[in-house]
Design a binder for this molecule. Structure first.
Ligand code: ADP
Ligand code: MG
Length: 232
């Protein structure tokens, strides 16, 4: 579904991604874990076209999308939920969702219905301003907004960050549910244990490079991963 081939990304003179190789197959949840500053968000922003790689290729279903503008990449079927959610606080819940469908011409009422079914709380609050929702509800809104474009793959950047424990489990259950319905997901998380438990495979990124990769059970049992990322 999605392939990164030796992707390098710079911030000015600083090389944040140093030859990232990642492959995500259709229907998978793949976790990308790593410490603060390792390059996780840079990796997602490079996939979504917000940052341009200096070299390497990004392929979606074998078609080269490297260097395309962000809206073109959304149009190809990659949708990102950015770190910190970034919903529109002064738009209503419903308007936020409509923004997610901005590239779809014509009717998107079936997508809206699907989102209200997946997140009943958003249906109840559809006329409320986004900014009045709780952190967990805003994260659900951000995920629902990203799904409104009917993507092939969803990129999630730290969806559990800053949420109360009960909301964290709810968000993880939601991610599982979306995947069960067929969505391919790349999940970036500091909460490595929960992410690996949920996903099929995982990659560890360290200082802009993939250092370990494997099936999630393998990573959960890996001595180095347990020590460095699972606090065991
Ligand atoms: N806008 C930026 N300008 C310069 N350096 C940045 C910028 N954003 C991130 N970086 C640097 O790139 C590296 C990777 O950052 P990031 O991808 O945000 O890490 P993570 O998401 O894993 O915490 C870090 O060293 C960070 O300081
Ligand atoms: Mg980050």
């Amino acid at each position: 579904m999605l392939k990164l081939e030796k992707v390098h990304t710079f911030y000015g003179p600083i090389e944040a991604l140093k030859g990232i190789v990642i492959e995500i197959r259709e229907g998978e949840i793949v976790s990308l874990i790593g410490s603060n500053g390792a390059g996780k968000s840079t990796c997602l922003m490079t996939i979504s076209g917000v940052l341009k790689p200096s070299s390497g290729r990004i392929l979606l279903k074998d078609s080269d999308i490297t260097g395309l503008a962000p809206h073109k990449i959304v149009g190809r079927g990659i949708s990102q939920v950015p770190e910190g959610r970034r919903i529109f606080p002064k738009l209503t819940v419903r308007e936020n969702l409509e923004m997610g469908a901005f590239l779809r011409h014509g009717d998107f009422s079936s997508e809206l219905e699907r989102m209200f079914k997946l997140f009943p709380v958003l249906k109840e609050r559809q006329k409320q301003y986004g900014g009045t929702l709780s952190g967990g509800e805003q994260q659900m809104l951000a995920i629902a907004r990203a799904l409104m474009s009917n993507p092939h793959i969803l990129l999630l950047d730290e969806p559990s960050l800053g949420l109360a424990p009960i909301m964290v489990s709810k968000i993880f259950r939601t991610i599982h549910e979306i995947n069960s319905e067929g969505m391919t997901i790349l999940l970036v998380e500091q909460n490595a244990k929960a992410a690996l438990k949920l996903s099929h495979r995982g990659y560890v990124i360290e200082n802009g490079k993939i250092s370990i990769q494997g099936r999630s059970e393998e990573l959960l049992n890996d001595e180095k991963v347990r020590h460095a990322y699972l606090g065991e």
